[in-house]
Write a protein that binds this ligand. Structure first.
Ligand code: ATP
Ligand code: MG
Length: 566
């Protein structure tokens, strides 16, 4: 699958661009106006970023504008908290919207247009319950049945609709429906609901309304009013397009927006749906919407993703009409590429083992200079402190080294990065026989890690000085869901229980390493600061850090499984 992905940069023309070009050439429109219409019922995820890139990308490419419009026509699920978060995420990705609007801004107009449709005899108030309506609707193979309320007079419909608005009826007791065709092969055209009764305060309009328009009615109206030329959305709306066009036509809008559908982003092993992400948060599987394991933009930001890496990824994914599942390794690849270029390299010892340099003078320390980033000389260098006691990685010492082991071991000399050559002398163990301290000698002539006499060492390892480092916490992340191959049917083992996505949660998606050692020079880095921890991976400072106790999130490992597969 991953091999089929277009890895060429942005330029190739996609089908939406072709449609837009045609419309411009044929004089259908002389400028481009798009919109991004999120429902404020959760935080944006990377799938939304795809829609954002397409909506803003098309507008920008053809010299047009893109509006942000909150689709807040359903008060039961929405919240102002999400409105602010969505705006922040859009700005963070680097997009500037033209007009900011709310679906609810158009409630008056929607109401007037509903009255217009009643007057035209193409909408009616229906008293069928939800269940009855479903029954009357028919199936893909059988036509539906007409509602007994379908032929109410215009006067009766006007009266009932007005009383719906005034709050005389209970939730669910009546709806306003379009009168289209109960035998249409498209179920969406079988007298779809235009308005329903919901007695609930709305986060934007308060208690002004107790009837709310359906998305299928409100959306084309909003698009038409805003002069949207191309209403770009995901493929599940394809079957709604005839209804979209019906609404625009019946409301007699002169401006006719064109709906074009594209395939949603799917990433293997990840769930891109606010409803599911919300469950992860509410049921405590993650620490919040911005948990670094979440595919939300705020989660990815906290994990260390950059807008550039996300946009690069989406341009490689491309725009197509048919569904595909993207390998998450490609997303990591894009981040790694960017961080490899930009992230300063620092030494952090993740699982420390104490090393005493026997021949280094007591009570002496010295500053050594290390280049921060060979790809970005302008980042300069940093000063780290060296002393008699240092830490190295537990894994960088071995008493009985296998063949090909070039790190510290009896008989093997190694370079401490940027410091000195050291040689094993002895070690101490605890009562269980575990090595707790290693003694070495250093060659003062090898300062800076340079060979004094041309003698070669094969291994270079990173370190931190005891006198100048603090404890740090490292949060290592894995997929939130286990790979399909490791998944079981359901948690209780019964065959009949419907498998739930929570059965597939990876219990090891977060590993916390405490007691890592980082030079004090980096102990108070700011949240979102990004680093390459030499030989360990790319990390970014977490907002939970406190002065003197830094916490880092591993953004991505150094190894690139995507690059290898290519
Ligand atoms: P969710 O199921 O996650 O709540 P949604 O479609 O209900 O998704 P909206 O807030 O309505 O979320 O989405 C705003 C826009 O983002 C819509 O135009 C929608 O088509 C688009 N979008 C949502 N999910 C994806 C995705 N996975 N890939 C591309 N675009 C998406
Ligand atoms: Mg939606």
């Amino acid at each position: 699958m991953s091999n089929e992905i277009n890895t060429a940069p942005k330029e190739s023309v996609n089908f939406i661009e072709r449609f837009v070009k045609e419309d411009i050439e044929n004089g259908v429109c002389d400028r481009i106006q798009t919109r991004f219409p999120p429902e404020p019922n959760g935080y944006l995820h990377i799938g939304h970023a795809k829609a954002l890139c397409i909506d803003f990308g098309m507008a920008e490419q053809f010299g047009g504008k893109c509006n942000l419009r909150f689709d807040d026509t359903n008060p039961t699920k929405e919240d102002a908290e999400f409105v602010d978060a969505i705006r922040e995420d859009i700005h963070w990705l680097g997009f500037d919207y033209d007009k900011l609007a709310y679906g609810s801004d158009y409630f008056d107009t929607c109401y007037e247009l509903a009255v217009k449709l009643i007057r035209k005899g193409v909408a009616y108030v229906c008293d069928l319950s939800k269940d009855e309506m479903r029954e009357f609707r028919g199936t893909l193979t059988e036509p539906g049945k007409e509602s007994p309320y379908r032929n109410r007079s215009v006067e009766e419909n006007l009266d009932l609709f007005e009383r719906m608005r005034k709050g005389e009826f209970e939730d669910g007791s009546r709806t306003l429906r379009a009168k289209i065709d109960m035998a249409s092969p498209n179920l969406n055209m079988r007298d779809p609901t235009l308005y329903r009764i919901i007695h609930m305060s709305h986060h934007h309009t308060g208690d002004s309304w107790c009837i709310y328009p359906m998305y299928d009615f409100a959306h084309p109206i909003q698009d038409a009013i805003e002069g949207i030329t191309h209403s770009l959305c995901t493929i599940e709306y394809e079957a709604h397009r005839p209804l979209y066009n019906w609404v625009v036509d019946q409301c007699e809008f002169e401006h006719k927006p064109r709906q074009i559908e594209f395939a949603p982003l799917n990433i293997a092993g990840t769930i891109l749906s606010k409803r599911f992400l919300r469950r992860l948060v509410e049921e405590g599987y993650v620490s919040g919407w911005d948990d670094p394991r979440m595919p939300t933009l705020c989660g990815m930001r906290r994990r260390g993703y950059t807008p550039g890496a996300i946009r690069d990824f989406l341009s490689r994914v491309g725009v197509a009409k048919t569904d595909s599942e993207i390998d998450p390794a490609m997303l990591e690849h894009c981040l790694r590429e960017e961080l490899n270029l930009d992230a300063p390299r620092i030494m952090v010892v993740t699982k420390p083992l104490e090393v005493v340099v026997d021949n280094y003078p007591e009570d002496t320390t010295e500053k050594l200079s290390l280049e921060l980033n060979p790809n970005r000389p302008e980042q300069g260098s940093c000063e780290v402190t060296f002393g008699k006691t240092i830490y190295i990685e537990e894994d960088d010492f071995c008493l009985e080294p296998p063949k090909g082991y070039f790190r510290l071991a009896p008989g093997i000399e190694v370079r401490l990065k940027g410091a000195y050559f050291v040689k094993y002398v002895s070690h101490e163990t605890d009562e269980n026989g575990n090595v707790v301290r290693v003694h070495v000698t250093y060659d003062p002539e090898s300062r800076g890690g340079n060979s004094p006499d041309g003698r070669k060492v094969k291994g270079t390892i990173h370190w931190a000085a005891a006198c100048s480092s603090v404890d740090a916490e490292l949060r290592m992340y894995d997929n939130l869901f286990r790979p399909v191959s490791e998944q079981t049917e359901s948690s209780d083992g019964s065959e009949n229980a419907a498998p739930d996505f929570t059965d597939h949660i990876n219990p090891e998606s977060l590993t916390v390493l405490k007691g890592a050692k980082v030079d004090t020079a980096f102990a108070s880095s700011k949240p979102l600061e990004k680093f390459q921890f030499m030989r360990q991976g790319y990390f970014c400072t977490d907002r939970d850090s406190t002065p003197g106790y830094p916490i880092f999130n591993r953004s991505v490992s150094l190894k690139d499984s995507w690059g290898r597969k290519k």
